[in-house]
Ligand binder design. Structure first.
Ligand SMILES: Nc1ncnc2c1ncn2[C@@H]1O[C@H](COP(=O)(O)OP(=O)(O)O)[C@@H](O)[C@H]1O
Ligand SMILES: [Mg+2]
Length: 262
């Protein structure tokens, strides 16, 4: 499992984010961006953050180190803002933390760092296609520039298939195969112009991923976020469902955007 760090102080909300993230300090003296379990979208978005963030790392992308932030609701007592108090009280236990990249700024879709020929842009496109991430548009790139390099963040909107699981979609025949076949459209993607580099990225990344790698990545997810759903009633059964969906998708390429003729 990802490392657990106790929260020692709530510092400030990150007002720009839709999921009410905040900056917190940890007992390891680290500063983290915290995604709260009580933020309303439920623990599944935190699962997506860990699974896709750790996949990003495996395929050679830069992404902040992730931890499980253990929150004692006592911390809420020192908080004046009522909205924040409610959020902290609803989030006792494990939340998601990402190393705070101090001094980073949002990628604007234009600057040179995304245009260089290091293959990073195509790898990001590949990852978003594979995990069906719709959250890397021009309006909302979820890319940071830090020390002159691109860093990927915010993967909570990927793997949206899991939002159907509580309603029983996992039990329907061919659920994993349906995800495997689901196309993905790059039209709004901030790195759309790199589609032509996808074949090379596909070759490189295919050699790095497998069912075993997916199982390792799912092992990083805390049990408490893997809530039982019809067809998977233990954390390990839920893990196996994610591994099956990802493995099925890796076995196809319908989701990889059509490559423009050279
Ligand atoms: N690890 C980080 N380091 C520095 N800033 C961050 C980090 N993660 C997020 N941010 C900032 O906070 C904003 C909101 O975070 P994000 O993960 O995108 O959450 P949301 O789901 O609310 O969009 C980002 O757009 C970025 O400006
Ligand atoms: Mg975001």
């Amino acid at each position: 499992m990802i490392e657990t760090v106790a929260v020692t102080r709530y510092v400030t909300p990150l007002r720009e984010g839709g999921s009410l993230p905040g900056i917190v300090e940890g007992a390891d003296l680290g500063t983290y961006v915290c995604k709260f379990r009580g933020a309303g979208q439920g623990p599944r978005v935190l699962v997506a953050e860990v699974v896709v963030g750790e996949l990003a790392r495996r395929i050679g992308l830069r992404t902040p180190r992730l931890v499980a932030l253990d929150l004692d609701p006592e911390i809420a007592r020192y908080e004046a803002d009522e909205e924040v108090q409610d959020l902290l009280n609803a989030s006792a236990g494990l939340n998601l933390g990402a190393d705070f990249l101090g001094g980073s700024f949002g990628y604007d879709g234009l600057s040179e760092v995304g245009q260089s020929d290091d293959g990073v842009a195509a790898k990001i496109l590949w990852l978003d296609a594979f995990t069906a991430n719709v959250d890397r548009s021009w309006r909302n790139p979820n890319l940071l520039v830090w020390h002159g390099r691109l860093w990927v963040i915010d993967h909570g909107a990927s793997l949206y298939f899991h939002h159907g699981w509580p309603g029983g979609s996992l039990e329907r025949d061919g659920a994993a195969a349906r995800f495997a076949d689901q196309p993905w459209k790059p039209d709004d993607h901030v790195l759309l112009s790199h589609t032509v580099e996808l074949p090379r990225a596909d070759r490189e990344i295919s050699a790095l991923l497998s069912k075993d790698v997916f199982a390792e990545v799912l092992d990083e997810v805390p049990d408490v976020w893997l809530e039982p759903v019809p067809g998977a009633d233990t954390p390990d059964a839920v893990r196996a469902a994610y591994v099956a969906f990802l493995t099925a998708r890796l076995g196809t390429r319908q989701w990889l955007p059509e490559v423009a003729a050279p």
